[in-house]
Each structure stands twice: as structure tokens, then as C-alpha cells.
Design a binder for this molecule. Structure first.
Ligand SMILES: [Zn+2]
Length: 432
């Protein structure tokens, strides 16, 4: 007996990204979209079949399926944002004018701004307040076609506040459709109270925080940088995190080449992120490893700084993913489609490569490529239909939202509004 589909997408130009569930796309494979014109059948939250309609109808019983006609539009796996600080409190637009006027970050910090401002707000906030603010952001992300989001703690910087951030993520995973992948990042900054004794703070992370968060987080991340957490401190935190069963991620080589990429590769981190200043040894280490380079061009754009050497990495064989880095300081945007444009214009990637970088390679950067990141039989039915004929149109027509419809776990979770322009006020204009 054939499986019965309950949802059928017809007439899609489907970017399946198939064939890379066990390894990321790199080198000449990077940007292989596995395009097929046809249909996609879903049962429950799983994909039953993808391919030409005749083939799908041979495999699957379609008589009782709800039908969505994609009308030739591009159908892609639900987008994955593998590096965000989406859970936070308030916003920091007060610093924007200071930044535009050229005020150094250290002066902004002294004036009560910067990351420690976000820490103050998170420490004062309730879980409910964080949930409410983040829920709005996740709705916006879903509207941009994003169905899975990695989410870091790291604005608490004390045990209770870090746990509070991770609890907010746990609640959000139950009350809205976007999947959050929680990362513990107690080592995001050195809090005021330990500014003269960072080793003591590292001890608190290892002895107090990690045992409390191990059930709430999937990954542990560290901001490894000069004047923040050293290579040696990062290694200690990583060893302890691994002992608690957490996967590893690293904010690496963002401001200077400190050997972060090498450490990530050596310790088997799932990803090394930022990498603006990675040197050639770091690139070689990543290329030889399974560690994904998660690049964040929106942060470079917003800070008016340099960009990661993506072409060099690509040519060396590093597997690349892209992400927003959404956070209230260095990159306040939920728009992953805009990041795809920056990936083309500023990192030198092609439209098909940036699509792979926010789908299958982003899934690998979260160790979830067995479940998401491509449209293949048996995978979770997370997909986005763009109001676009092809993949190049997405980054090319930039700054706007191309999403037409989003399916999350087999259910329609977002549909673009038909614009309502009140044309009765301008009757002579309509239809012209
Ligand atoms: Zn970050």
C-alpha cells in the first residue's frame, strides 16, 4: 500500500540540495542545488517524495492531499540561521549615533553601552519578558523563510541569568513554530565584577554554570579573542563542556588571528564563526577538518569593518555556512535573505552557493543535517516557497522579503499577504 500524502506542493522549481546529509558541500560541490521541476509530497511532518509529478504520484497516494500550486516558483529547504543572539532584552539604538560619529567602542562601553548594557537588561528581565520580545523576532525570521535558528545565551554572565536565557529558549520551542537550537555562551564577555580576574570567571563557568546548563543546551560557545578569553582558557572551557556532552562552537579570529580556527579544528568543534582575521594556517586547519566556517557578513557590513576571506577558504576546501549573527549590538537584523546578498557582494560567493550556505551547510553547522537542510524523502518537511523564478533572483533583488509561503514541520506556518492598497482612493490608477 502506498503512503498517503496530506500536503502536496505542485509546479515547483525545487532546490532539493540532496545528497549531502552526511557531509557538507565544499569545493566544487558547493552550490549544488539538485534542482528538479516537479512536486513534493508530505505526510505529517515528514517529506514522502520529491520529483516529477508522475514519479511522485507513482510512489504516493495523493487523492486526499491538500494542494498548493507553487506556480513555477522556487522551492527551497526552510532556511537555517546557525549563529544568533536572538534572545536578548531591549535594543541599543542609542549607540548608533555614537558609532556613526566615530566614537570608539571602548568609549561606548564607558558611557554604559555595549554588551554590558545588554547584560544589565537581561539580568533585570523576567523569562516572560525575554520570551515576548524573542517571539516577535522569531515571527519575523519565519516570515523571511527561516525555520531553524541557533540561539546563544551569554547576556546573563552569572549562573542564574544564563539559566534564565536558556529557559526562555526552552519555552519558545513549545509556543511558536521556529526550532531553536540552544547554545550556552557564558564565555561571551568578562562581566564587570571579574574584569581583573578572568580566570576566576572561567572557574565559575566550568564549576557552576556548565553543570546547571548541560540539560538545557546542545552546544557551548566561547568568545576566544585577545582581552576576552584566551586560547588556553577556551581549551579549559571546551574540555569541561565536552565532558558534559555538549558540542562545541567558537567565536574565532574576529578581531585578530589568535589561532581560534586551529583550536576549533583540533578540538572537533562543529563550527568556527566570524573568522574575519583568520590566517592561512587557520584556513588549512579548517579545510582538513569537519568544522564548518560560519561567516557573518552582516556584522562586517553594520560595523563597517573588513570581511572574512571567503574565497580563499572556499578554494582551500573549507565548508562555509552563512548566518545573521542577529544581536542588538553588532548586527541588529533578522533578515537572512539580506545576508545572502552580502554573501554574494562582499564575500564573492555565487547565488547557488549562498543558498547552500543557509540550508544544507547551515544544517551541518548545527549537526542536524540528518533531519533538515535539504528536501529529501524522510526529512523534516521544512520548506520555503519564494516569489522568485530562480535562486539568483533572491540576492539580486535585495533588501526585500521574497517569501511567498513557509511550511514548517508539514504545516503552513506563513503565507504572504496579498497587498491591500486601498485602491478605491485612487480608482483611476488601478490596473494601469
Ligand atoms: Zn556571535
Amino acid at each position: 500500500m502506498k503512503n498517503k500524502a496530506d500536503l502536496l506542493i505542485l509546479n515547483g522549481r525545487i532546490a532539493t540540495l540532496r545528497g549531502f546529509s552526511d557531509k557538507p558541500q565544499r569545493g566544487s560541490d558547493f552550490g549544488r542545488l539538485g534542482l528538479t521541476d516537479g512536486a513534493l509530497a508530505i505526510q505529517g511532518d515528514k517529506i514522502l517524495a520529491v520529483g516529477p509529478l508522475e514519479q511522485v504520484s507513482r510512489q504516493v497516494e495523493l487523492s486526499s492531499a491538500r494542494i498548493i500550486d507553487a506556480g513555477g516558483r522556487l522551492v527551497a529547504p526552510g532556511l537555517i540561521d546557525p549563529h544568533t543572539h536572538v534572545v536578548h532584552c531591549g535594543s541599543r539604538e542609542m549607540e548608533y549615533g555614537m558609532r556613526l560619529a566615530g566614537t570608539p567602542y571602548i568609549e561606548i562601553l564607558k558611557a554604559g553601552g555595549g554588551i554590558l548594557n545588554s547584560v544589565r537588561q537581561v539580568r533585570q528581565a523576567s523569562v516572560a519578558e525575554m520570551v515576548a520580545q524573542t517571539k516577535k523576532s522569531l515571527r519575523r525570521m519565519l516570515a523571511y523563510g527561516v525555520t531553524t535558528v541557533e540561539s546563544k545565551s551569554g547576556y546573563g554572565l552569572d549562573t542564574d541569568s544564563e539559566v534564565k536565557m536558556l529557559r526562555a529558549m526552552e519555552i519558545l520551542n513549545h509556543i511558536q513554530p521556529v526550532d531553536l537550537v540552544p547554545t550556552f555562551m557564558g564565555a561571551h564577555a568578562i562581566p564587570e565584577e571579574y574584569k581583573d580576574d578572568s580566570d576566576e570567571f572561567v572557574r565559575i563557568i566550568i564549576e557552576d554554570m556548565l553543570p546547571r546548563v548541560k540539560e538545557l543546551a546542545v552546544f557551548c560557545d566561547v568568545f576566544c579573542e585577545e582581552h576576552v578569553f584566551s586560547i588556553e582558557q577556551t581549551r579549559r572551557i571546551f574540555k569541561a563542556a565536552r565532558g558534559h556532552g555538549l558540542g562545541l562552537k567558537l567565536h574565532a579570529d574576529e578581531l585578530a588571528p589568535t589561532g581560534g580556527a586551529q583550536l576549533a579544528a583540533e578540538m572537533g568543534a562543529v563550527s568556527a564563526d566570524h573568522l574575519l582575521c583568520v590566517d592561512s594556517d587557520g584556513i588549512i586547519a579548517l579545510a582538513k577538518s569537519d568544522t564548518i566556517a560560519v561567516l557573518l557578513p552582516g556584522t562586517s557590513f553594520n560595523l563597517m569593518s573588513n570581511y572574512a576571506p571567503a574565497r580563499e577558504m572556499l578554494e582551500a576546501g573549507v565548508a562555509i555556512a552563512l548566518s545573521t549573527d542577529y544581536n542588538p549590538g553588532s548586527c541588529p537584523t533578522e533578515n537572512l535573505q539580506l545576508i545572502m546578498t552580502l554573501g554574494c557582494l562582499k564575500l564573492g560567493l555565487s547565488p547557488s552557493q549562498v543558498l547552500a550556505a543557509v540550508t544544507i551547510n547551515a544544517a551541518h553547522a548545527l549537526k542536524r543535517a540528518d533531519l533538515i537542510g535539504s528536501l529529501e524523502e524522510g526529512k523534516q518537511a521544512d520548506l520555503v516557497i519564494f516569489d522568485a523564478d530562480n535562486e539568483a533572483y533572491l540576492p539580486y533583488h535585495f533588501g526585500i522579503n521574497h517569501t511567498w509561503l513557509v511550511v514548517k514541520s508539514g504545516k503552513v506556518a506563513f503565507k504572504k499577504h496579498e497587498e491591500d492598497y486601498c485602491e478605491d482612493r485612487y480608482p483611476n490608477c488601478s490596473g494601469s
